[in-house]
Design a binder for this molecule. Structure first.
Ligand code: ADP
Ligand code: MG
Length: 347
């Protein structure tokens, strides 16, 4: 098990990592997600032993790795720019790490073939890597990282340079390979879809801290902050301030909103942001007496296969996105309500 404990790292007097802590369990693939510049690559380099932190520790099975140099940590690395040796064959590239370990020739060959089999490229062994597509080169880079049988694999935006369709296909394949090899992995990406496809657990890095961790479902359904909700592109976000408890009610530009009571109700006057999910809206009639009723005029409607995405304009210039089952004509008036238990309060 890997334990990253309270890492601090500063570049040119601006703090980047400010007490970053997390663990990676045996068999687990975690995705480290965060915006560009949040310190993801720096964190991987510190774990790999390629960079020093000012304080904090990296532990493997509770043993501090401070005195273990990078090449003795037995961590595999794979980067976006695959850094394959262009004039060598696929097999020679995959064998590189094994030769560095000075293994006997027969064992190098066996393990190279095993790694190529894992990525389903055994019959490419004698090709030059320059004759391969970008996706194939990335699979070779993965085989090269896997061949020495690392106890941890770290992948830094490995699919970032590929087009969308290939990224989807390769992310499914990566997940299968990571699970079948049972090597714990840290997968860095800024792409949410890729993270959802690969991860057993997500770690969100922001302002030098892991601000939330959990399964993709947990984070998507229960973002613990406004920042995480925005990072996932969740809408609609509506500001309000607490006007009463029991039921917890907030005044917003769209009128009062009731939300399901939280364990620790916020104080009166507290400003919060409500998350009104596009698919949580229920169509109703203006005569009905329900909490959180709003009305709006449909501005546009986009067919999305399973549903329609509507944009409606409401009072006070507020626009909301909705997912509804049936198409609704542009210009028509809609009456809706948001059940209190579907609304999250975020700070
Ligand atoms: P990410 O991988 O999340 O995009 P990085 O870890 O690459 O983030 O870098 C985060 C920030 O740290 C960069 O924007 C840069 O300002 C700074 N940084 C990274 N490496 C160095 C370095 N070697 N020297 C100075 N500043 C650096
Ligand atoms: Mg990076």
């Amino acid at each position: 098990m890997l334990r990253v404990n309270d890492i601090h790292k500063t570049y040119e007097e601006s703090p980047l990592l400010e007490g970053t802590s997390f663990i990676v369990n045996t068999d687990e693939t975690v995705c480290l997600l965060g915006p560009s510049g949040s310190g993801k690559s720096t964190l991987l380099r510190i774990i790999a032993g390629l960079e020093q932190a000012e304080s904090g520790a990296v532990l493997w099975d509770e043993k501090d790795l401070r005195s273990v140099p990078a090449y003795q940590r037995n961590f595999g690395l794979m980067f976006q720019d695959y850094a394959l040796f262009p004039h060598r064959t696929v097999a020679q590239n995959v064998a590189f790490g094994l030769r560095m370990q000075k293994l006997p020739t027969a064992e190098v060959r066996t393990r190279t073939n095993q790694a190529l089999e894992t990525i389903d490229m055994l019959n490419f062994a004698q090709r030059r890597v320059t004759d391969l597509s970008g996706g194939e080169q990335q699979r070779v880079a993965l085989a090269r990282a896997l061949a020495p049988n690392p106890r941890l694999l770290m992948l830094d935006e490995p699919l970032g340079a590929l087009d969308r369709a290939l990224r989807e296909q390769l992310s499914r394949e990566l997940r299968r390979i990571l699970h079948s090899t049972r090597i714990p992995a840290i997968y860095v990406t800024h792409d949410q879809d890729e993270a959802f496809a690969i991860a057993d657990r997500l770690l969100i890095l922001h302002n030098g801290h892991i601000i939330q961790s959990g399964t993709p479902e947990e984070l998507y359904n229960h973002p613990n902050s406004l920042w995480v909700a925005r990072f996932f592109g969740l809408g609609n976000l509506l500001e309000g301030s607490v006007t009463s408890h029991n039921p917890l009610t907030l005044q917003t530009p769209l009128g009062p909103f009731q939300v399901a009571c939280q364990s620790d109700p916020p104080p009166l006057g507290k400003k919060l942001t409500l998350l009104l999910r596009p698919s949580a809206a229920r169509i109703c009639t203006p005569e009905q007496d329900m909490p959180n009723m709003i009305s709006g005029v449909v501005q546009d409607a986009v067919f999305q296969g399973e549903s329609y995405r509507l944009r409606i304009s409401c009072r006070a210039g507020v626009e909301l996105s909705l997912n509804v089952a049936h198409n609704t004509a542009v210009g028509s008036q809609l009456n809706l309500h948001f059940p209190p238990k579907t609304i999250l309060c975020l700070t």
